[in-house]
Design a protein around this ligand. Structure first.
Ligand code: GLC
Length: 502
């Protein structure tokens, strides 16, 4: 039996609103994605994950879903979705869609119609119920509760426009099983599960008793995240996935305190993968990466690796920006793509896009900006539309301006510019993705190297990364396959450089 496709797949994350605009309204759409399938197939990825494109007021970029079975008109139609899935398959690309089960939009029919038992309502504290039911904080800042006209409160771990669903209600369970079937019937190959660690809350909704809960996210147990009860939900989801032919899968966005807790989501009767955010958070040092890689691999669970996504600062910028960030991003790509398991690539990282740090205040849309009292600029800087060409009002993204402005110097980062340059980030990604498909890998084993250097072998295949400030001399290098920066025949590996050999 061949192994399941997702185990070592490279999945390209498409932030639909910012990928490609087919109708000139300044926002990306499903037909835009469809028009760029040849680019993605040529890049050499195995699958695409589409961020939410469902009917939504976009209070949180589409993670506030008003109708889980319909496409928002700004992104197209259900027929467009079906066509995109079909065409992707023709190009040899699998399709993963996002599912948002922790909360709906406040414009969802259930919330609007006042079906209160499907959400989490509680009386307030204080003499007249004027204080929130507990001390939980929204991930976007401020209390996680909003008071209703009736005087009680509803829970929203994110924005007030995103009321948390009540997973103690069997109707909610049944509804989501049906939504899964709806998209599976349309032909999707899998799901990315939003806030997969959130649906079940600790009994009695106890206080956290800590002044800054957002500091604790993903680090320590919280009464509203990573509760054991979520696993029962995924066992039932797995049954649905397994009842369809063709290796359908699900990947959890689960921010659990450690690798062991994360691994629980991928037990054989639960989900197939969970994102490994500890890799993304690792500082640019050899020991930091070695620790997170060891932690991941030692769980024995299917591994995933990710450097960027639509919620975090792009890694060119995280790694120092400018020349340094660019060099490190190239080296990090070689490291990530050499590891056993599957990889998630965020749109634009193959172009080496940096975070846009100077978006004007008035264009910011991320709810974090408002909810933090204008102290956190939020995540719009990693969601700026892609530059496809070096000219045009939005560099080929749309026929007019895009919904967020692109920096002027992005013309030289456009896909068209990079396509023909062998030194470009795009050429590196394409070359490495091709190589990865051709190589055969053996068992993972660390190489013993100087402290600033990280290296491992997988059979005859070797990957070595110099994360230090000094060049290092390598001995016993075999046939060089690719290097992220210049590697001469002198055996010297420069700083911030990765090398593959076999
Ligand atoms: C996830 C999404 C993020 C969204 C949040 C609330 O973390 O990735 O974009 O804001 O969930 O749905």
């Amino acid at each position: 039996m061949t192994q399941e496709w997702w185990r070592d797949a490279v999945v390209y994350q498409v932030y639909v609103r910012s990928f490609a605009d087919s109708n000139g309204d300044g926002e990306g759409d499903l037909q835009g994605v469809r028009s760029r399938l040849p680019y993605l197939a040529d890049l050499g990825v195995d699958a695409i994950w589409l961020n939410p494109f469902y009917t939504s007021p976009l209070a949180d970029g589409g993670y506030d879903v008003a109708d889980y079975r319909a496409v928002d008109p700004r992104f197209g139609t259900l027929e467009d979705a079906a066509e995109l899935i079909r065409d992707a398959h023709t190009h040899g690309l699998r399709v993963i869609v996002d599912i948002v089960p922790n909360h709906s939009s406040d414009q969802h029919a259930w919330f609007r119609d006042g079906l209160r038992d499907r959400y989490v309502y509680r009386p307030g504290r204080g003499e007249n119920g004027e204080l929130p039911p507990n001390d939980w904080e929204s991930v976007f800042g401020g209390p996680a509760w909003t008071r209703t006209a009736e005087g009680d409160w509803y829970l929203h771990l994110f924005a007030p426009e995103q009321p948390d669903l009540n997973w103690e209600n069997p109707d909610v369970h049944a509804e989501f099983l049906d939504i899964l079937r709806f998209w599976l019937d349309l032909g999707v190959d899998g799901f990315r599960i939003d806030v997969a660690h959130g649906m079940v809350k600790a009994a009695g909704l106890p206080d956290v008793g800590h002044p800054d809960q957002n500091e604790m996210l993903g680090e320590e147990p919280l009464p509203y995240f990573d509760q054991d009860g979520v696993h029962d939900i995924y066992r039932t989801w797995r049954e649905v996935l397994d009842s369809y032919p063709g290796d359908r899968m699900a990947v959890a966005e689960a921010w659990a305190p450690n690798a062991e807790r994360t691994a629980l989501y991928v037990r054989p009767d639960e989900l197939h993968q969970a994102f490994n955010f500890h890799f993304l958070k690792a500082k640019w040092t050899a020991p930091a990466f070695r620790t997170v890689i060891d932690d991941m691999l030692s769980t024995g669970a299917p591994a995933t690796w990710v450097l960027s996504n639509h919620d975090v600062t792009r890694h060119v910028t995280r790694y120092g920006g400018g020349e340094t960030g660019w060099r490190r991003a190239r080296a990090a790509a070689l490291l990530m793509l050499a590891l056993p398991g599957s990889t998630y690539v965020y749109q634009g990282e193959e172009l080496g896009l940096p975070e846009v740090l100077d978006l004007p205040d008035e264009v910011l849309q991320d709810p974090k900006w408002e909810r933090s009292g204008h102290t956190d600029r939020g995540r719009d800087g990693c969601r700026v539309p892609l530059p496809w060409t070096s000219t045009g009002p939005s560099l080929g993204f749309s026929t007019g301006p895009g919904w967020l402005p692109q920096p002027e110097d992005w013309a030289k980062l456009s896909a068209a510019e990079q396509q023909t340059s062998p030194e470009s980030m795009l050429s590196l990604y394409r070359a490495v993705l091709r190589l990865r498909r051709m190589l055969s890998f053996g068992d993972f084993e660390w190489l013993e190297l100087p402290p600033d250097v990280l290296g491992f072998r997988r059979g005859a295949f070797h990957c070595v990364v110099n994360l230090g400030a000094e060049p290092v001399r390598l001995t016993e290098v075999g046939r060089v396959l690719v290097s992220s920066s210049r590697y001469g025949s002198d055996g010297i590996l420069p700083p911030d450089t990765a090398l593959w050999w076999a």
